[in-house]
Design a protein around this ligand. Structure first.
Ligand code: SF4
Ligand code: SF4
Length: 472
């Protein structure tokens, strides 16, 4: 009877013990070609993440997600609640783009671009290696009694982790409330901004908890993207993959013995050194196949390549490859599913670009006051309207006025005929439109209004004007 493959690894996760307790991972410090490249990319992305809320384009924050005041700015383009459809469209494009990317290239995003991985692996974990040493030293320190050496190392690490978490919390707040406000609060001091300080400390605690303790559990348990892999990946998706055909050979993996010729014995190229497992930050064995826990960090590729080099076997036993490429040696190709996603993505990007081009910096609405019909004013017919003008720009409008373009008539604002609208502000009020009945098209006439700031036309809008039926 043929032996069934051992699938017991699917019943548990490496970071939880059989008693259900947390099994803290002490991964070996990665090194190698991929790790070096990831380091460079991570530092570029870190610089971007930390500076994006402080960069301004035309006075707009480069990235702003002010959910409370419903103000958003993406790549320097301000989005208002009125632009919500654009924001939703941009989000849909992002989700479809990421889905397409995942179908083709697996979880590359997690290993190379995700802020959680970048902060954990390239900031916190590197500080830990610096203070506590590599895997062996970390495990010994963990078991060590609380003597002066352990206290010194632990306190140093925790204080540094707290300071970095506090910095991240500040940047996070700059994304939420805007960097100008954050700097203003810092300048005013914590005593005047107790609620902001409390929010900062809550964010700091969350970041500290995530990066000092929860760590890879975010990717395994909490991240929805990770859990979507099961439906997104197929046999043609590129992933960090163990070449089981080569690694297991005819008789399976076996320890290295330099005296024997492995090709003759039928043994696979995997020398069962376990180094790909000890270096894995999520504690899995990639030789069991693609798993939900794998964040495609490439640490096992580097580690296995080092081992292969040492024993004189070809590198790439663990590499970026699809399952089909491993089994049938079939090269990467664009599948029907990918073509479908590309088509949808192209259409969505087209719609988004068109909407962005059609979007105005100023948005005005003029609506008839509900329940009001019309009035006779001398020879004219008068309607009462409410108006609302949103100034999405970063400059103040000092002298805004209305002009009736068609039909011929007059517009009178209640109060000051010139309106002032602050940058990123709005103005609303009441106005009367008077038109001679001779120019009316019936009981409902479409009127066109232009809105100027000084001599500059800033918006054109239309509304309905009511007149008596007898003028039909
Ligand atoms: S590092 Fe390579 S050779 Fe060593 S156990 Fe892993 S796959 Fe096998
Ligand atoms: S299996 Fe390899 S690529 Fe996946 S998380 Fe572990 S070390 Fe990283």
């Amino acid at each position: 009877m043929s032996k069934l493959p051992d699938e017991s690894f699917r019943d548990s996760i490496g970071t939880i013990t059989t008693e259900g307790k947390r099994n803290f991972i002490f991964p070996k410090k990665p090194s190698g070609k991929f790790y070096d490249k990831r380091k460079i990319l991570s530092y570029i992305l870190l610089a971007f993440l930390l500076s994006a809320p402080f960069i301004k384009i035309n006075g707009n924050q480069f990235l702003l997600f002010n959910v409370l005041e419903r103000k958003f700015s993406i790549f320097g383009f301000p989005f208002w609640p009125q632009d919500f459809h654009l924001f939703v469209m941009a989000m849909i494009v992002g989700v479809v783009g990421l889905t397409l990317f995942t179908v083709a290239f697996g979880r590359i995003f997690c290993g190379w671009f995700c802020p959680q991985t970048i902060f954990l692996e390239m900031v916190f974990r590197r500080i830990e290696y610096w203070i506590d040493g590599d895997r062996g030293s970390q495990m010994r320190l963990d078991k060590q009694k609380w003597d002066a050496d352990k206290i010194k190392k632990r306190v140093t690490k925790w204080v540094i982790f707290f300071i970095i978490s506090f910095i991240i919390a500040n940047v996070f707040l700059a994304y939420l409330i805007g960097s100008d406000k954050l700097i203003q609060y810092i300048t005013e001091g914590p005593a005047k901004n107790i609620s902001t300080l409390v929010a900062l400390l809550i964010f700091t605690s969350i970041f500290y908890f995530v990066f000092a303790w929860f760590r890879e559990q975010v990717c395994i348990i909490a991240c929805p993207y990770g859990r979507m892999q099961g439906v997104l990946l197929d046999n043609q998706s590129i992933n960090v993959t163990y070449d089981h055909v080569r690694g297991e050979g005819e008789t399976g993996r076996a320890k290295w013995d330099k005296r024997e010729n492995r090709a003759e014995t039928g043994k696979g190229d995997c020398i069962d050194c376990n180094q790909c497992v000890v270096v894995c930050p999520t504690g899995i064995d990639i030789r069991n196949g693609t798993q939900l826990e794998c964040v495609n960090c490439t640490a096992c590729i580097d580690e296995c390549d080092t081992i292969m080099e040492k024993v004189g076997l070809p590198k790439g036993l663990i590499r970026y490859a699809s399952e089909d490429e491993i089994v049938t040696k079939e090269k990467f190709r664009i599948t029907t599913r990918m073509k479908g996603y590309i088509a949808v993505l192209t259409i969505l990007i087209g719609v988004l670009i068109s909407l962005l081009f059609m979007r105005n910096d100023v948005e005005a609405t003029v609506l008839r006051l509900p329940g009001q019909l019309f009035e006779h004013k001398g020879e004219n017919i008068s309607n009462i309207f409410t108006y609302k003008i949103v100034n999405k720009t970063v400059k103040d409008f000092d002298s805004v006025y209305f002009k009736l373009v068609s039909p011929k008539g007059t517009i009178k604002l209640v109060g000051n005929p010139y309106v002032k609208i602050d940058k990123e502000g709005l103005a609303q009020g009441t106005l009367f439109i008077e038109i001679n009945p001779a120019f009316l098209e019936g009981d409902k006439t479409r009127v066109k209004i232009e809105i100027y700031n000084k001599d500059e036309l800033i918006e054109t809008t239309k509304t309905n004007f009511l007149g008596p039926r007898s003028f039909n």
